[in-house]
Design a protein around this ligand. Sequence first.
Ligand SMILES: [Zn+2]
Length: 72
Amino acid sequence: MRNLPCPQCDIHRFHVKNREGKFLVVTVNENYEVVAVHAEELLDGYDLSIIYCLGCSWQGSPQSLRAGRHRH
Ligand SMILES: [Zn+2]
């Protein structure tokens, strides 16, 4: 399954944050599901409603990463 890229810089890796302010590296698949890059990591306690791009200052919801944004 394809991972969705950042709408600003096109990289495919994002951070999510938990209540303690700890970050975890994730990707977002075509079903807008947030997936930990390291499979052993648990997403419990992380806020999956906001993701932070690793490559630029973009942040937003997984749903705002639209697949096929290059379509006209
Ligand atoms: Zn970005």
